[in-house]
Design a protein around this ligand. Sequence first.
Ligand code: FES
Length: 146
Amino acid sequence: MPDEHGAERASAHSDCVRLCRLDDLERRRIVRAEVNGREMVVVASPRGIRVLRGLCPHQGALLGLGVLCGHSAAGDIGEYRYERVGEIVRCPWHGWEFDSETGRSLHDPERIRVATYPSHTCGGHVCLGAPAAATGAAGVGQPEDQ
Ligand code: FES
C-alpha cells in the first residue's frame, strides 16, 4: 500500500520502503522503481542486488528501461575481452554505460556518475536502505550516495 508520498512500505517491517518484488528482479534482472517521485533502477548483478539513481545524466533516459550487460575491454592487438557480464547498466537511448557497483560512467568515471543506494531484501521485496540489524534481513547494496 503506497504511503502519502507514493512509496510502498513492506508490511513485514514498517520502516521498509519497497522498490520491487524479488521475483520480478530475478526474472528481468533490471527493474524500474520510484520512491517519492525519484526514479531508481534495481539490478541483479552477479555481485548482488544494486540500486542506482534511475535517470541517465546524459539526457535523462530511464536507466530501468536499459539493459544489464558486460563490458568489452581491449586485450592484445586485435583481441577484445567481454568481462563484468551482468554488472554494467547500459542506457537505452545512447548507450552510456554505468558500473552498477559504483554508479560511475565507464567512459568518464571521474566526472559522470549516478548515485548508488543501500538496499536489503525483506518479505519478498527489495527495499531501500541498509537492513536494520534486528530484522535479520539479508543486506545488499552499498552505502555510497551523492
Ligand atoms: S540519455 Fe542516456 S546515453 Fe543519452
